[in-house]
Ligand binder design. Structure first.
Ligand code: NAI
Ligand code: MG
Length: 366
């Protein structure tokens, strides 16, 4: 089978980590005898400079035709004053929207070699491997009405509306339960049914999907505020956490700090499965941005990007053994002591290329 990848490097360190990703893809491609087909295009500021938009229709067509989009990062001071509709982030938002990427997967893995870089004690985080599944296209970030209303008496009212329909909760719940089956078989559903009607429905729908389709998976419910506390107290109690857009935004950032650096964190965004082909739209990207402060210096940590490709192997290409191998190679590279500056390399820091080479060497060795 051929897997079509659309590589969108973007801006700043996006281009540097994309170069690292190309090398890793090439390694797996030669090992598997040529299974990847890579297209490439510009996005974000780079697309604005070339075409006056944050992403072209042609690039969107490539994204629609791909099995996975691998996205670097967009943005930077150069584009601070371009019109709002074509600002670099608009490219990312269009991809998410047009591809229907409703499920955001954010793993929080604490590599033993980095356990001391976490904001928590080593014993709390060492060996941590949890997955936050965040609903990405609904909830309070999109619900209507959404406005600042002038009340006419010198007062204004800021209004956002949390809206969830049954189908939106069902499909994100299924993503979480399916993923749990490939892991420790446990889902924690997080909401605030004690104060929110959407939380009552969330809990009800997740419970119903579980009872109907996923009796083999353990399910518990946890209030979102308590979930934040428990993530910091004893995160290893969790396996998969499923939550809405707003709580997921916060909980995934809390979980990120358990693991060390922004430069380590991959993510995936998944859409619905096409019943005709059995394939699902997907985009993989590091959590971090374009890091203008270090762009062009060759210092960027490529691990978030490379780990994002590992997620593509796992969730889009059905290459689970290869995904496990790549995750192991990242851990092994860290075990050699190689560190970029963001993960505490200090004066002995290695750059993007050397870190990538260390991972490729680990792949050769494992
Ligand atoms: P950022 O994530 O780009 O950088 C924050 C800090 O982390 C910086 O000090 C940076 O040097 C460091 N850092 C980030 N990734 C790193 C890596 N791989 N290796 C080493 N160090 C790394 O966030 P910031 O500075 O708030 O935003 C910069 C630009 O990126 C802005 O234009 C922002 O809009 C954009 N951005 C884009 C995102 C995306 O494309 N998905 C996500 C977040 C921000
Ligand atoms: Mg956030």
């Amino acid at each position: 089978a051929t897997h079509k990848i659309l590589l969108l490097p973007g801006d700043g360190i996006g281009t540097e980590i994309a170069a690292a990703a190309r090398k890793v893809i090439a390694w797996f491609d030669s090992r598997a005898g040529g299974v990847f087909e890579i297209e490439e295009d510009v996005v974000g500021g780079a697309a604005y400079d070339a075409h006056g938009v944050a992403i072209t229709d042609a690039a969107m067509d490539l994204a629609q035709a791909s099995d996975a989009v691998l996205f670097g990062a967009v943005g930077g001071p150069k584009w601070a004053s371009v019109p709002y509709e074509v600002r670099p982030e608009a490219g990312l938002l269009r991809l998410r929207k047009d591809l229907g990427l409703f499920a955001n997967l954010r793993p929080a893995i604490c590599y033993p070699a980095l356990a001391d870089a976490s904001s928590l004690k080593r014993e709390v985080v060492e060996g941590l491997d949890i997955l936050i599944v965040r609903e990405l296209t609904g909830g309070v970030y999109f619900g209507e009405p959404k406005e600042i209303r002038d009340l006419g008496n010198g007062q204004k009212r800021g209004i956002d509306t949390q809206v969830y329909d049954t189908y939106e909760i069902e499909r994100i719940a299924r993503v979480a339960f399916d993923l749990a089956r490939t892991r420790s078989n446990k889902v924690s559903s997080s909401e605030k049914h004690n104060v929110m009607k959407s939380g009552v429905l969330w809990k009800e729908v997740v419970t119903a999907v579980h009872a109907r389709e996923y009796g083999d998976v353990a399910l518990d419910h946890i209030l979102a505020d308590n979930c934040g506390m428990q993530l910091v107290r004893w995160p290893k109690q969790f396996d998969v956490i499923v939550c809405d857009n707003l709580f997921g935004d916060m909980l995934s950032d809390v979980a990120a700090m358990l693991t060390g650096s922004l430069g380590m964190l991959p993510s995936a965004a998944l859409g619905a499965t096409d019943p005709a082909t059995g394939k699902r739209k997907a985009m993989y990207e590091p959590v971090h941005g374009s890091a203008p402060d270090i762009a062009g210096t060759g210092a960027a940590n490529p691990i978030a990007m490379i780990a994002s490709f590992a997620m593509a192997l796992r969730y889009s290409f059905g290459m689970v053994d290869e995904a496990n191998l790549l995750d192991k190679a990242i851990a092994a590279a860290l075990d050699t002591g190689a560190r970029t500056r963001d993960i505490g390399g200090g004066d002995n820091s290695v750059g993007t290329e050397a870190m990538t080479a260390t991972i490729l060497a680990a792949l050769d060795r494992l």
